[in-house]
Design a protein around this ligand. Structure first.
Ligand code: URA
Length: 441
C-alpha cells in the first residue's frame, strides 16, 4: 500500500476497495501514516465523497479498530438513539431511562459538547458524583442489572474514529456526510445494539442547516445500520430554536427532572415521546410507533421513568439527593434577564448564536481542556411566534462570570429577530426515514 496512490485515487474521484481502505486506516491508527497524509485524504473525501459501499466498508474498518461489545447474553432487543446534536437537546437524559422503564434495554454511548452544541456526557456529569467513564465490564453489568447505562467513548471503542475525528476537527473536514456517517455509526455499532433510532437535526442550530442535507445524512446512516443488520429509523427534527427552554448543563438536567416528574410539558416532550415510541416499537414492546408513544406517556405519568432515572443516577455514582431536591444545587453568582427594545412577534432565532451565548456563560468549552461551569447557561422565555413587549424578558442568563453574563446577553439580543406581523413557529418534526426512504409528515 502506497498512501500517495490512495490519496491521488480519491482526489481524482475514484472508489477505494476494502483491500485499499483497510491497510490505509489501520496504518494510520498504528502511527505508520502521518497526519498530513490522512488530512490530504480526508480533504479529498470531503470534495469527492464516497460511494455507499465505500462508506459502509469505511464504517466497518473503524468499528473493528477497537472492541465491539457483545450484549447477546442480555435478554431483549437492545435499542439506542443518536442525535446529530443541537442547542438545548437534552432528550437522551430522559429518553434512555424512559425507554428502559418500558422494558427495552438501552445501552448508550454519548459525546461531549462540540462547537456551539452541548453534549450528554457534560450534562450527566453536572450531577454531583455521576461517572460516565465506566469500563466495558461495568457497562455490561449495569445494563444487565437495571436495563440502561450511559457512558462516553472509551479508548477501546472505535479508536480509528477517535484519532481521525480529532484530525478532522482541525482540518475543516467535519461537515462531510460519509465521514460523519462512518464516525457516528462505528461508535453506535460498537455498543452492542440490535436497533437504532436517529434524531437528525436541521436548522440554524444544527450541523446540517438545510433539511435536504439532513435527509441525505439520515439515509446514509440508515443504509449503514441496515447493512449491519440493525433495524434503523430516523426522524428529521427542528433545530431553528433551542429544544425545551434550558441551555446549559445542570439547567438542562433540572428541566428533564421537571419533565420526568410530569411538571412541565413542552416541545421537548413531543420529540422525546416520538423517539421513545420508535425505540419501544423497534424493541418489540409495541406494534407501532404510535402505540409505543402511548406506552411512553404512561411511563412518565406513572413515575416509572423518573424511578428508572433515579436508579441510573445511583448506580453510576450520582448523588440522588440533588435529583430529589434540585434546590440543593448551588446557584451561579450572577443572573440577568435579556430584553429587546421593541414590540412584535419573535420572527426567528439564530440558534447557533444562542449556542455560542451558552458557551460564553461558561456552559461550553472554547478549548478542548477548558473546565465547564455546570451552573451556567440560559433559560429561554420566548420562542418563535411568541409576542413580545419592550422590556419583557426573552431569556435569563446565568453564570459565575460577570463578563460571561454581559457577553451572552449581547449574543442573545443579536440572535433574536422581531417581526411586526404574527409568525408561525417552525414544525417540530419534519418527517421520518427508514430503509424504504424518507416521508414528510
Ligand atoms: N458526531 C460524531 O460522532 N462524528 C461526526 O463526525 C460528527 C458528529
Amino acid at each position: 500500500m502506497i498512501p500517495v496512490e490512495l490519496i491521488r485515487k480519491k482526489r481524482d474521484g475514484g472508489e477505494l476497495s476494502p483491500d485499499e481502505l483497510k491497510p490505509f486506516v489501520e496504518a494510520y491508527v498504528k502511527g505508520d501514516i502521518p497526519d498530513y497524509q490522512m488530512a490530504a485524504w480526508l480533504m479529498a473525501v470531503y470534495f469527492r465523497g464516497m460511494t455507499d459501499t465505500e462508506t459502509t466498508e469505511f464504517t466497518n474498518i473503524m468499528l473493528h479498530s477497537g472492541t465491539v461489545i457483545d450484549l447477546a447474553s442480555i435478554p431483549g432487543v437492545k435499542v439506542d438513539k443518536h442525535s446529530t446534536g443541537g442547542v438545548g437537546d437534552k432528550v437522551s437524559i430522559m429518553l434512555a431511562p424512559l425507554v428502559a422503564a418500558c422494558g427495552v434495554p438501552v445501552p448508550m454511548i454519548s459525546g461531549r459538547g462540540l462547537g456551539h452544541t452541548g453534549g450528554t456526557l457534560d450534562k450527566l456529569e453536572s450531577i454531583p458524583g455521576f461517572r460516565t467513564d465506566l469500563e466495558i465490564d461495568t457497562y455490561k453489568k449495569v445494563i444487565e442489572k437495571i436495563g440502561v447505562v450511559m457512558i462516553g467513548q472509551t479508548k477501546d471503542i472505535a479508536p480509528a474514529d477517535k484519532k481521525m475525528y480529532a484530525l478532522r476537527d482541525v482540518t475543516a473536514t467535519v461537515e462531510c456526510i460519509p465521514l460523519i456517517a462512518g464516525s457516528i455509526m462505528s461508535k453506535k455499532l460498537a455498543e452492542g445494539i440490535d436497533a437504532l433510532v436517529l434524531d437528525v437535526k436541521t436548522g440554524s442550530g444544527a450541523f446540517m442547516r438545510e433539511k435536504e442535507r439532513a435527509v441525505e445524512l439520515a439515509q446514509t446512516l440508515i443504509n449503514i445500520g441496515e447493512a449491519f443488520g440493525k433495524r434503523t429509523i430516523g426522524f428529521i427534527t427542528d433545530m431553528n430554536q433551542p429544544l425545551g427552554n434550558a441551555v446549559g448543563n445542570w439547567l438542562e438536567v433540572d428541566e428533564c427532572i421537571r419533565c420526568m416528574k410530569g411538571e412541565e410539558v413542552n416541545d421537548l416532550m413531543d420529540v422525546t415521546y416520538r423517539l421513545a415510541g420508535a425505540m419501544i416499537y423497534l424493541g418489540e414492546k409495541s406494534g407501532s410507533i404510535e402505540e409505543g408513544e402511548t406506552i411512553a406517556r404512561q411511563a412518565i405519568a406513572s413515575g416509572a421513568a423518573y424511578d428508572k432515572f433515579m436508579e441510573l443516577v445511583q448506580i453510576q455514582g450520582g448523588d440522588t439527593a440533588f435529583i430529589e431536591d434540585t434546590a440543593k444545587y448551588k446557584n451561579p453568582d450572577f443572573s440577568e434577564d435579556v430584553t429587546l427594545d421593541r414590540e412584535g412577534y419573535i420572527g426567528a432565532i439564530d440558534n447557533q448564536g444562542i449556542g455560542f451565548a451558552g458557551l460564553v456563560t461558561g456552559a461550553g468549552r472554547k478549548k478542548v481542556d477548558d473546565a465547564i461551569d455546570y451552573t451556567a447557561g440560559i433559560v429561554i422565555h420566548k420562542k418563535t411566534g411568541d409576542s413580545v413587549q419592550p422590556k419583557e424578558p426573552v431569556a435569563t442568563v446565568y453564570s459565575n462570570s460577570r463578563e460571561g453574563v454581559t457577553a451572552a446577553k449581547q449574543r442573545i439580543q443579536q440572535a433574536y429577530r422581531v417581526s411586526d406581523e404574527p409568525v408561525k413557529p417552525p414544525p417540530l418534526i419534519y418527517g421520518m426515514a427508514d430503509k424504504q426512504g424518507y416521508r414528510d409528515y
